[in-house]
Write a protein that binds this ligand. Structure first.
Ligand code: SF4
Ligand code: SF4
Length: 409
């Protein structure tokens, strides 16, 4: 039987259909059941117990195929909180049917930095010794896919940057995949901040933000991780995030902990102090330019930056401050690339159908590099470019571009 879940906001849907053309899965299939409106209808039927989740595989499939990209939420005139509703529904699905073993393993891993660190070390050794290349020949298609989407290995760990007489300080969310595999992006973030006199203070008790857990329906673990971060970041004036998915999730802590008496007010206070790195830099940079970089780039909007946080102009404005850098807009830059947490593993067919036109759009701009602001997008786009033999086009985080440009000053 289906567990009751919070459907607040569902009643705001007036079935106008304005969200349909914004929905990537609807655009692929033209099916109402693969659209936001159709999925909201299914959510209502589940809540009213007209659909029993334990028996309806089709309903669960339509919900699973949702990317939780929130493109529908961004265009909805009625303010339907789709992102929150799909998370609540997925928690109900997880209660009724459990989470797949692969999903459980991935969720267990990402909330334990030592596991990701150990995996990174093993992959790094096997890469250096050629073992990984050899092993690829014997992998099943599913494992080969996992290998193709695995985070990069061998990139330098995060190194804090000292700032003489800082004018202000921020705390930096280190995250899970970002901490294990993109430590150099954190270092680049700290260096760019240091240029403006902003110091990154250590926050040793922080944890994974829990976004992947919430998206997969593991609400209890998401709440446990949220509480840890609320306590860890309590004294920070600004909590800076350079992974769009994590930033959007930290900003939603107020909702996640709203019915926990000792945590609700603290979570609301924390959420109001969270800033994406582009949002923060655009505020403090004033009229400054970022040096020079002769480069032609295109920018991919991470869904959880553009749709969930409404941040589209800031990254572009920052890129426009780099002399010599040419930003060429790709078609449909804010349409999901198919990464979406574990979506590219759980729904490979749909993920590929989104990635293919994305790579076409990127290549049409003839870029020297692709710029974005979320590790999932970086992995997915790099895998897509590799599959076309275009691995020579790097996928860079926005702060890597700014950091490189600042080096030229
Ligand atoms: S979710 Fe919003 S845009 Fe979509 S059908 Fe409902 S009211 Fe219309
Ligand atoms: S979150 Fe994205 S994939 Fe899901 S219904 Fe909304 S627009 Fe479609």
């Amino acid at each position: 039987m289906t567990t009751a879940f919070d459907t607040t906001g569902l009643e705001r849907c007036i079935h106008c259909g304005l969200c349909l053309e914004a929905c990537p899965t609807y655009k692929i299939t033209q099916l109402e059941t693969e659209s936001p409106r159709g999925r909201l209808h299914l959510m209502g039927a589940i809540a009213d117990r007209r659909i029993d989740l334990s028996r309806s595989d089709a309903t669960v499939l339509h919900l699973d195929r949702c990317l939780a990209c929130r493109a529908c939420e961004a265009v909805c005139p009625s303010g339907v909180p789709y992102g929150r509703l799909i998370e609540e529904t997925r928690a109900a699905v997880a209660q009724a049917r459990g989470i797949s073993p692969l999903g459980q393993l991935l969720l267990w891993s990402v909330s334990r930095p030592w596991v990701l660190g150990a995996m990174n070390a093993v992959l790094s050794i096997s890469e250096r010794t050629g073992l990984r290349r050899l092993a690829r020949r014997f992998l099943s298609p599913r494992l080969r896919r996992l290998d193709a989407l695995a985070p990069p290995v061998g990139r330098p760990q995060y190194r804090p940057v000292q700032v003489e007489s800082p004018r202000s300080s921020v705390a930096l969310l280190l995250g899970c995949v970002m901490r294990a595999s993109y430590g150099d992006v954190h270092t680049a973030t700290a260096r760019v901040l240091a240029h403006f006199g902003v110091e990154v203070v250590e926050t040793p008790d922080q944890a994974c933000c829990g976004a992947l857990h919430a998206h997969a329906g593991n609400k209890e673990e998401a709440i446990r991780l949220a509480k840890r971060n609320v306590a860890a970041f309590e004294r920070a004036d600004v909590i800076l995030v350079n992974a769009a998915g994590c930033g959007a999730h930290l900003k939603s802590y107020a909702h996640l902990l709203e019915d926990r008496p000792n945590w609700a007010a603290r979570a609301t206070a924390l959420a109001s102090r969270v800033r994406d790195v582009s949002e923060f830099l655009e505020t403090i940079a004033g009229d400054e330019t970022f040096g020079e970089l002769a480069m032609r780039v295109t920018y991919q909007d991470p869904c959880h930056l553009a749709h969930a946080q409404g941040i589209r102009a800031e990254p572009r404005a920052l890129l426009s401050r780099v002399r010599g850098l040419e930003l060429v807009e790709m078609a449909n830059a804010d349409v999901c690339c198919g990464s979406a947490g574990f979506y590219n593993l759980a729904q490979p067919d749909y993920a590929d159908r989104l990635l293919e036109p994305k790579i076409d759009a990127i290549l049409a701009t003839r870029p020297d590099a692709v710029v974005t602001g979320n590790p999932g997008c970086m992995l997915q786009l790099a895998a897509g470019l590799r599959s076309r033999g275009r691995e020579g086009i790097p996928v860079l985080h926005l702060v890597e571009v700014l950091d490189r440009a600042l080096e030229t000053r």
